[in-house]
Design a protein around this ligand. Structure first.
Ligand SMILES: Cc1cc2nc3c(=O)[nH]c(=O)nc-3n(C[C@H](O)[C@H](O)[C@H](O)COP(=O)(O)OP(=O)(O)OC[C@H]3O[C@@H](n4cnc5c(N)ncnc54)[C@H](O)[C@@H]3O)c2cc1C
Length: 521
């Protein structure tokens, strides 16, 4: 293929390819802000997948409900419109689920994720959402012996739980042929997985939500939440008085005082190359079969419908006390490193120009699973959060669960172990940031040594085990981190600085203002 000289790691556009580079993304549609006070049965805050699925589920379960959704910028602005597009159920975290919830609840939770995968594909097809959804399986590849050992342990755990048929183990040769990565030492294919153009999925869901009768107000950041009954949501220019509230603000929920110490906000960054059909064909990549390796700071990728490589990596600069910072959206150093990683793993892509580069924040709790909880003393404010970078299908599980909890239904969703108190509270700052930096350094050291075929030092290994920073698959329980948390709980104190006013990333609401609810800090 003839093309201009590749620019190593320097993106032509600092922006989200799914939005800026796909002509199907509607950049000129009208946006309606909230400019008055209105009444609703339920007010959903946040127009990502969690909020959109919650609103849609509410209308499906109780069509007569008056549902309003307010979004600070536009639907799909957050992680939902900028992710890697992996579509997968919780198959290969079954061993982790078993450790967290016990055998039978783990299988029930796994089953919910399968129901969601099938509901999602059904909604896409019934609603004629044009979002390149394709289900070709999910390719997980090990590039070191240590990674291979971890993958085989996962498969053994799935077999022990009676769900071994959800994965197909790949030989080194098969993994090499399917990924084009010469160091591949083996892997597995998740049989029920695929990929999607995520921003178009968000755009299509927004359309369906409106068609179902939900009033959607964009450019309407919640700036204050009054924890009363009914609750009151103040936006910049209006208010919603609602009996029930669903907080679906993704990583921005770390600004809610009750949740501030439950979430790590970790960035992940992505690049998209120019179209390179011949190279991707030669590497064995097909659209609808996304890729991830087995590193802790995982690489993940998909071939787009227009033959680009979209390639991402977990990790990057943490914001102090869970803050979302500009580097979570654009970080030139991360972009350059990710482009270099891609070119090292697949040297034939060396000449492919990097056209787009972007990032986004990820909400992660210590146990790495999302959960649905409530705040305030009136039991009328619900939230769902904690996807740890695997949220495209799980946000349907959580959205559907939020609908059940909001409606007071007694069903598989409201009874699942995903409905819980926060799994744990993180250490206060600056201990939290210092600990996170320590773990991040240990992860990098471990993986550099493993890449070189060497065994990492025991201290770094222990620290890596303490906090699994993996995405979009794989969660690990954090025994050491939990011990650190317990040791520091006596020192609990209010962290300084509630976010006041909005910055360019819509870090907007003073959610510390509340009447009634108690602050766990
Ligand atoms: C770069 C990246 C790659 C990823 N890759 C994958 C992947 O390949 N597969 C996968 O399964 N998952 C992936 N994820 C994770 C997945 O995208 C998320 O878990 C999921 O989209 C979370 O959806 P959400 O609705 O909870 O959050 P979001 O999509 O972030 O939505 C929250 C919304 O709330 C709005 N909001 C915030 N504060 C306010 C306020 N005060 N008032 C009103 N609105 C507000 C925001 O603007 C935003 O639109 C990735 C995430 C990122 C960032």
């Amino acid at each position: 293929m003839e093309r201009s000289e590749g620019q190593r790691g320097v993106a032509v556009n600092d922006g989200v390819f799914w939005q800026g580079g796909d002509p199907r993304w509607d950049t000129v549609r009208s946006i309606t802000p909230l400019t008055r006070t209105i009444r609703a049965d339920v007010c959903v805050i946040g127009g990502g997948f969690t909020g959109l699925w919650s609103a849609l589920s509410l209308k499906k379960l109780a069509g007569e409900l008056d549902v309003v959704l307010v979004e600070q910028t536009y639907c799909g602005h957050g992680a939902s419109g900028r992710n890697g597009g992996w579509l997968n159920a919780w198959d290969d975290i079954l061993p982790t689920l078993t450790g967290l919830y016990g055998h039978s609840d783990a299988l029930a939770v796994l089953d919910l994720s399968h129901r969601s995968l099938s509901d999602l594909t059904q909604v896409v097809s019934d609603g004629a959402i044009d979002c390149d959804l394709a289900m070709g399986g999910g390719l997980i590849v090990a590039t070191t012996e240590a990674q291979l050992g971890g993958l085989l342990e996962t498969v053994a755990g799935m077999e022990a739980a009676g769900r071994g048929s959800l994965v197909r183990v790949l030989s080194a040769e098969e993994a090499r042929q399917m990924s084009g990565i010469s160091e591949a030492s083996g892997g597995y294919l998740l049989e029920h997985a695929g990929s999607v153009q995520p921003a178009l999925l968000a755009q299509g869901l927004r359309r369906l939500v409106e068609a179902a009768g939900v009033q959607v107000f964009e450019a309407s950041p919640m700036v204050k939440l009054h924890r009363e009954a009914p609750a009151v949501v103040d936006t910049l220019a209006g208010s919603v008085i609602a009996d029930q509230i669903i907080l679906a603000c993704g990583s921005w929920l770390a600004r809610v005082s009750e949740l501030r110490r439950t979430l790590f906000i970790i960035p992940t960054h992505v690049i998209a190359t120019e179209p390179c059909e011949d190279e991707l064909d030669a590497l064995g990549w097909t659209q609808g079969r996304p890729f991830a390796d087995a590193r802790t700071a995982v690489h993940y990728a998909q071939r787009t419908a227009d033959h680009r490589m979209v390639f991402g990596r977990g990790g990057g600069r943490l914001g102090f006390a869970g803050r979302i910072i500009p580097e979570h959206f654009h970080d030139r150093r991360e972009t350059q490193e990710i482009a270099a990683d891609m070119q090292r793993m697949m040297p034939t892509l060396k000449s492919a120009r990097v056209d787009w580069a972007w990032g986004g924040p990820i909400d992660r709790s210590q146990h790495g699973m999302p959960w649905v909880g409530g705040i305030g003393r009136h039991r009328n404010i619900h939230y769902g959060v904690g996807y740890a970078g695997n949220g495209v299908v799980p946000s349907h599980v959580i959205g559907r669960t939020l609908a059940s909890v909001t409606l007071g239904l007694d069903d598989d969703y409201s009874r699942s172990p995903l409905v819980s108190d926060p799994p744990s509270y993180l250490p206060i700052e600056p201990i939290r940031s210092a600990g996170a930096r320590l773990v991040r350094g240990a992860v990098i050291r471990c993986e550099e040594r493993e890449d070189a075929g060497r065994v990492p030092d025991p201290a770094s290994r222990a620290l890596r085990r303490a906090l699994g920073l993996s995405m979009p698959k794989g969660v690990q329980v954090a025994p050491l981190a939990e011990r650190v948390t317990r040791m520091t709980t006596f020192a609990r104190r209010r962290e300084s600085g509630g976010a006041q006013g909005a910055d360019e990333h819509g870090q907007a609401f003073d959610s510390t203002t509340h009447s009634g609810g108690s602050d766990p800090e």
